[in-house]
Design a protein around this ligand. Structure first.
Ligand SMILES: *Cc1c(COP(=O)(O)O)cnc(C)c1O
Length: 491
C-alpha cells in the first residue's frame, strides 16, 4: 500500500501550519465561541495536529484505503447479506425533500415522507405476509426485542403469565438468545437433527405451557430450508406459544414464499441486508417488525396511517401498544433506500433476487465441495456452511484460511458459526456477484486448500499483505483504544 510509511498525522504536526488559506477578514471578527456559555467552553486548547490541507487529505485517504467494503471487493460474509448497494438509492435518499426535513416538522408539511413510509409498510406487509408493520426498530436485534416484547404483552393481556421461555435452535444467531434475555425471557435450546434442521421430537419435548415463543430463521443459519416449518409452527401453537421469524435470511425466499404463509406470527426484516441498505461499518440499520392481526394492538406506537381524507399521519390511539421503541420515524434514510430498492425491482424482480442468490450459493458450494468437507449434503438456499475439518488435520485452521483470503483481496466468510459445525466457514455470495467473481473466489479458496497440503506455513502465518497482521481480536473488543496518544508526550 502506497502511504504506509507516511508518519501518523500527529507526528507530522509543525507549529502554525494550517489546512486552509483565506484572505484576511475585512469585518470585525466575532468568534463563534462567544455565542457559547462560558461554562461549556473548554479551559485548555485542544491538542490537534497542525498540518497542511494536502497532509490532511492524504491522511484521510490513506485511512479510507485501509477499509474494506462491497465497493472494494467480494464480501461473502455469511448471514450478513453483503450485497451491492445500488447508487440510485443514494441519489433518492439525498433528495432535499427527504434529506433536509426535520423530525419536529408539522405532519402537514411532510406528507411526502409519510406517504413513502406508509407505502413501505404496505410493501413489506405484502412481502412478508403479515397484517401490520412498524418501521421503528433500528436493526435486526432491535426488531427481535420489539417482537418479543409484543409477544410478551400479548400473553400478559391474556393473563397467561407462566410463559417465561423462548425456544431457540442450537444453530441460532447470537442475537436471538440475547434479545430473549433482554426482553425478560429465559432461552431454551432446541437441538438440530442430522440434516441440520429443527429436531421435531426435541421440539415436542421443550414446547410446553411455559413457552412464550419459538425464534427461527428460515432458511436457518446453516442455509437450509426448514421443510417442516408448518409442523414446527403447529407444535408451538398447540403449546400456546407464538412463532417468531428472524428475517435476516429473507434474501433466500423473498418473492417466492412468505413467513406469513408458513405459520409465523411475528417477523423482523433487516432492511440493511435484504433491501440493500449499506451496512458493515456499524452505521444505521432498519429492522421493521410485522405481526399477524391478533398481535397488532401491541405494536409500537405511533403507526403511520392513511386517513379517511387521503392524508397521512400518526396513529397514537393504541392503548395496548408496548410504546415507542425509537425516536421519530426510525432510521428514515435507510427506509427511503429500501423503498427505492423495492420500487426499482418490483415484485417479480425481488423474486428473481432470491432465486439468483440461491443459484449463486449452490454454484459456489458445488465448486468447493471437492476440496472442503460439506457437513450437510442437501441443496442450500442463499448461503452454505463448509467445515475446515480436513485442513485442521494438516494443522491449518479455518481462521488461518480466512486470514489467507485477505492476501487475495477478499473479505473472509463468517467463521466458527454456526457453533454446531467444527471449523465452520459460512459463505453467502449474494445475487449481485457475477459468475466470474464466484469462479475467481472458488479458485483462490481451492488454491488455499492446496497450500494447506503443500506449504501450510504460508496459510498459518497469513495475512502477509495487510497493514497489520493478526490482531488480538478479544482485546480489541474488550479494551478498545479509541484515542491516539502521541508517544512523544510524557504524562
Ligand atoms: C444479522 C443477523 C441478526 C441481527 O441483525 P442486526 O441487524 O445485525 O441487528 C439476527 N439474526 C441473523 C440470522 C442475522 O444474520
Amino acid at each position: 500500500m502506497a502511504n504506509e510509511n507516511q508518519p501518523l498525522i500527529f507526528e507530522q504536526s509543525k507549529k502554525d501550519r494550517i489546512a486552509y488559506s483565506l484572505p484576511e477578514l475585512d469585518v470585525p471578527a466575532k468568534p463563534v465561541y462567544e455565542l457559547i456559555e462560558k461554562d461549556y467552553l473548554r479551559k485548555t486548547e485542544p491538542e490537534l495536529p497542525e498540518v497542511s490541507e494536502l497532509q490532511l487529505i492524504r491522511h484521510y485517504t490513506a485511512l479510507s484505503k485501509r477499509n474494506f467494503g462491497v465497493d472494494n471487493g467480494f464480501y461473502p460474509l455469511g448471514s450478513c447479506t453483503m450485497k451491492y448497494n445500488p447508487k440510485v438509492n443514494e441519489v433518492v435518499a439525498r433528495l432535499d425533500g427527504l434529506a433536509k426535513i426535520h423530525p419536529y416538522q408539522d405532519e402537514k408539511t411532510v406528507q411526502g415522507a409519510l406517504e413513502l413510509l406508509f407505502r413501505l409498510q404496505e410493501n413489506l406487509k405484502e412481502i412478508t405476509g403479515m397484517d401490520e408493520m412498524t418501521l421503528q426498530p433500528a436493526a435486526g436485534a432491535h426488531g427481535e426485542w420489539t417482537g418479543l416484547m409484543i409477544i410478551r404483552a400479548f400473553h400478559e393481556a391474556n393473563h397467561d403469565s407462566k410463559r417465561t421461555k423462548v425456544i431457540i435452535p442450537d444453530t441460532a444467531h447470537g442475537t436471538n438468545p440475547a434479545s430473549a434475555s433482554v426482553a425478560g425471557f429465559e432461552a431454551v435450546t432446541v437441538k438440530s437433527d442430522e440434516n441440520g434442521l429443527v429436531d421435531l421430537e426435541d421440539l415436542k419435548r421443550v414446547a410446553d405451557e411455559n413457552t412464550a415463543a419459538l425464534m427461527l430463521t428460515n432458511p436457518n443459519t446453516l442455509g437450509l430450508f426448514e421443510t417442516h416449518i408448518q409442523e414446527i409452527a403447529e407444535i408451538v401453537h398447540a403449546a400456546g406459544g407464538k412463532v417468531y421469524y428472524d428475517g435476516a435470511n429473507m434474501n433466500a425466499i423473498m418473492g417466492v414464499t412468505r413467513p406469513g404463509d408458513m405459520g409465523y406470527d411475528v417477523v423482523h426484516l433487516n432492511l440493511h441486508k435484504t433491501f440493500t441498505g449499506p451496512h458493515g461499518g456499524g452505521g444505521p440499520g432498519s429492522g421493521p417488525v410485522g405481526v399477524k392481526k391478533e398481535l397488532t394492538p401491541f405494536l409500537p406506537k405511533p403507526l403511520i396511517i392513511k386517513k379517511e381524507d387521503g392524508s397521512y399521519g400518526f396513529d397514537n390511539d393504541r392503548p395496548l401498544s408496548i410504546g415507542r421503541v425509537k425516536a421519530f420515524y426510525g432510521n428514515f434514510g435507510i427506509n427511503v433506500r429500501a423503498y427505492a430498492y423495492i420500487r426499482t425491482m418490483g415484485g417479480k424482480g425481488l423474486g428473481q433476487v432470491s432465486k439468483d442468490a440461491v443459484l449463486n450459493a449452490n454454484y459456489l458450494l458445488k465448486r468447493l465441495s471437492g476440496n472442503f468437507e460439506v457437513p450437510f449434503k442437501q441443496f442450500c438456499k442463499h448461503e452454505f456452511v463448509l467445515s475446515g475439518s480436513r485442513q485442521k488435520k494438516l494443522g491449518v485452521r479455518t481462521l488461518d484460511m480466512a486470514k489467507r483470503l485477505l492476501d487475495f483481496g477478499y473479505y473472509p466468510p463468517t467463521i466458527y458459526f454456526p457453533l454446531i459445525v467444527d471449523e465452520a466457514m459460512m459463505i453467502e455470495p449474494t445475487e449481485t456477484e457475477s459468475k466470474e467473481t464466484l469462479d475467481a473466489f472458488a479458485d483462490h479458496l481451492i488454491e488455499i486448500s492446496h497450500e494447506a497440503e503443500s506449504r501450510p506455513q504460508i496459510v498459518q502465518e497469513a495475512p502477509h499483505s495487510t497493514v497489520l497482521r493478526r490482531l488480538d481480536e478479544t482485546q480489541a473488543a474488550r479494551h478498545p483504544v479509541l484515542r491516539y496518544k502521541n508517544p512523544l508526550d510524557t504524562e
